[in-house]
Write a new protein. Sequence first.
Length: 697
Amino acid sequence: MRVMDEESKPGQGDTGTSSKILRSRIGVMTYLALQYNALDQEACKQLAEVIDQCLHEREKRIVIDLANIRTLNSISLGAILDAVENIIREGGWLKVANVSAHVRDILDIAGVSDYVATLNPPEEKSTSVFLPQPMLAKRRLGDELVTRNLISEQYLQQALEMQSKSGQRFGQILVEQNWISENDLLPVLAQQLQVPYLKLNSQFYDPAIIHLIDKSKATQLCVLPLFKVREVLLIATPSPLSIPVNDEIEDHTGCKIKAILASRKDVLHTINEAYSAEQNDIGLEFFDAVEDDFEVVENTKPDDYSQIDELAEGSPVINMVNSVIQRAIRDGASDIHIEPARSRSRIRLRIDGVLYEFTTLNPEQHASIVSRLKVMANLDIAERRLPQDGRIQVHTRGKQVDLRFSSLPGLFGEKIVLRVLDKNQSLLDLNKLGMVEHNLDAYKRLLSKSFGLILATGPTGSGKTTSLYAALNYLNTMEKNIVTIEEPVEYQMEIVNQNEVRENIGLTFAAILKHVLRQDPDIIMVGEIRDRETAEIAVQAALTGHLVLSTLHTNHAIGAISRMIDMGVEPYLLSSALIGVLGQRLLRTVCPACKTSYVASPEILQRYGWADRTGMKLVQGRGCEECYDSGYKGRIGIHEVLEADARLQDLITANPSRDELEHYLQDSRHKSLFDDGLKRVTSGVTTIEEVSRVVNL
């Protein structure tokens, strides 16, 4: 055996990498042991020089030991192919040894393993890559799935019938009906299409070539660039045989395309991760330019700008913060979350009640972002140990928008949440709340009463306050004295006397409510009933000739009765005061840009009482750039209105149990939130999955 010493290696005198390839002879083979952790450009250059020297010395049977190499990139894959060609041209061969399972998978999907054999390959079978085998005869996908016992003959026939009516893809129908998992379906589909299948994750792409396709196009076409091997670009896509998509990418990149099958969900998730990481690397200066009409409305000037100027160096951070706020307003976000972590700072937007990752930044940039926001909110930028609350006003797109600032110190820094209060998007028209006709009529009947207690129930973010504001707008006339008690005042209304709770000075809901009763009110809105004292005063006000509107945190309308009694309100007083309860939730609506229809399965028809509607079509969203690939865009309210009739009042007086209240609802044929949600499903507004997610039965 001969091992090359440092003096005999190519690149002698280069102190960088010249000693990191150990060359030895084992029989007729030349063995090259790489001491690199990764094959970067310099390492590939060194490897090429060593192979050239081997060929010059008539050593044509070469084995490269990749034991230390944990992954491969586009450069290293191209270098291996170059080496193979040079060696074959001289009449020799090249093999690799001691490859990890992950490196083997990359060699397989890149097609390099077709030219390079592997000595002592990993024993375990790959769970991430499936390479199709040659087929003597091609069978239909459904028949192949039945043969492999992945679906039954019954499901096959049902899926074929549904496909003939809806035009959906056969595999998509099977997955949507939960008759087969996507992980079981895609390898079989790859075999049918004769393309590789990849269970995609963040280890299977080269970050250096992501820029070949910009994020918007990658998301639109649902493709992720994986590796560029010479002039061939490998892409992951759920539609590998789509000629229009492949042609568009070829024209865009100038590369030949090799498409690899991957699930749509994995592709979109990895696109978001890959491009967020790329944006994290490029820094703040690459954020979108802020539109000219964006302006921060500052009432007072902070005493000292030196620290924020030192941290942010002016425009990059300011531009980034303004860009995020403007994007949130444009996309209709209700909240902006800025969250520090050990390795990065994450910015997320809550749109239609769900958080979406907007971007990630280097952790070093987090402090300057927080400082900039505190300056905008006129807060102390030096205080990082205690939570802070503030208010920011911005003017953009011809309107003024309020932002409620909240900071909370954490393990890696301060987390910031900005609540976006866009008055222009508020629904203050009772007829535009999205109520079905019978619920709207019932709600208006309650509001027409001259006195009594009306409660709006639901979890946080279900639109209770919006429904109360719409009710006040409906009732608001010059002849009525309307007084509100809120924390905080979110939307200012003409003629209405609005008061803000300030618990730090003892101005609580109960304290203000006591004084409001001396202000000759006709209608009182209490932002929230939280304790016994507020509940008792609200009930007394309702009994003494005032119409009182308030919110309560319960899951269903009927639960408001038990909650008020649990707070300590006497049942006989509640039965006289309560005139009705409005329960509500907000459902995401299907995105109109990517809406598709499908025929409901017999199981769904049977489960939801639609057995007589054979062939009924339902809708869903495929996911697109317009809806952050969620399939949903916008929200609509679903409601249940419980009017307190004589029977319910008698029941309340007896301090009823939950079972007794449920029995009353069944006897009175009360239309529940879920019933209202199903109406929106059958009318093509939303999906069964969304109703089930929001309404917990």
